[in-house]
Design a binder for this molecule. Sequence first.
Ligand code: COS
Length: 387
Amino acid sequence: MALDPQVLDQLVEAVRRFVEERLIPREHEVAEADLVPDELIAEMKALGLFGLSIPEEYGGLGLDLAEEVRVVQELGRTSPAFRSVFGTNVGIGSQGILIDGTEEQKRAYLPRLASGELIGSFALTEPEAGSDAASVRTRAEKDGNSHYILTGTKRFITNAPRAGVFTLMARTGNQEDGARGITAFLVDADLPGITLGKPDRKMGQQGAHTCDVNLDGVRVPADAIIGGKEGQGFKTAMKVLDRGRLHLSAVAVGAARRLIDESLSYAMGRKQFGQRIADFQLIQAMLADSETEWLAGKSLIEAAARDYDAGADVARRAACAKLFCTEMVGRVADRAVQIHGGAGYVADYPVERFYRDVRLFRLYEGTSQIQQLVIARSMIREAEREG
Ligand code: COS
């Protein structure tokens, strides 16, 4: 459901101010401490950021995807670690419930996810199952008629250290069943048998935390299955990822905007050979290439999000957007470092940190190569259908 345009403008403006005044000044401190302070998390809750995408009837702001990508581009202009605090509640940690969950599941989880009282996390990846998502090995064995016992390991799980509930993919069928043998469960994080690994030491995005989730004989009720039906978990995961890829593309576009703004401002202040470097055509070429690519990415996500809201199948376009926008921000970050020269390589300027932070976008929620595969396979299938 779309918001009143004026209300949306006010929300975008409030988020922009929050990013400018509250988050950007604290970026360096958060990266150094590897922690987002509680008072900022409280402000995120007050702004409604945890519930951006959750319908109003469950306590969220109820943005449609086109509206969400507008807000998320603003949030992308600061360290991705901030977005990560509530990002899983907006995206992959709540969308499985929203898209395929039963009414009881929605009522049980969505209001607490929308308020930020509960953190939702998405647990698909395993030590042996990353790009090949259909090869999940975590087992879900039936225990009588009303329970399952879960055993396995999930890896690199964003927000796991703070999660209250996992959307967790486990195998109810045989390994040979592939995607059809996977079921999505809602697993409360405090159940006996769940332990967490040490937080991963990452290249960037300090302040955002990932770790292993170990399941050793975790007993869950059968009504924890999303939608109540075995064997649907792979499709649920793919639908969640289609939407998640557009959300992440918007984060990448926002980060590109910030990097371009930093580059332009630096180029206009820095003098060499007796003039500001912004007046040199080789610097201008880099600025112009980045601006053009930013605009292409922005246009792509905004159009795809509108089509998603209109009910179109956007799996291919979401993959195109994720591929283009995350590769694009990598190029923009590289040029930003180049424009800053030696200053771009030292931590006193934010572009050094952004350069490392944005590298993850090309990896998670499907690598660039997985997006290429999704796009090409969809093209081939369509051509075959049309004979
Ligand atoms: N929406 C709904 N259903 C989908 C879908 C989508 N986007 N994509 C696939 N499916 C369905 C298929 O229609 C198929 O259903 P049927 O068995 O009824 O025909 C089923 O799911 C299996 O699909 P497919 O045969 O394409 O599965 P593959 O094992 O070949 O999957 C890819 C291939 C690479 C696309 C998948 O494994 C993938 O996306 N991997 C990346 C996962 C990822 O992003 N990991 C990062 C960690 S999560 S943060």
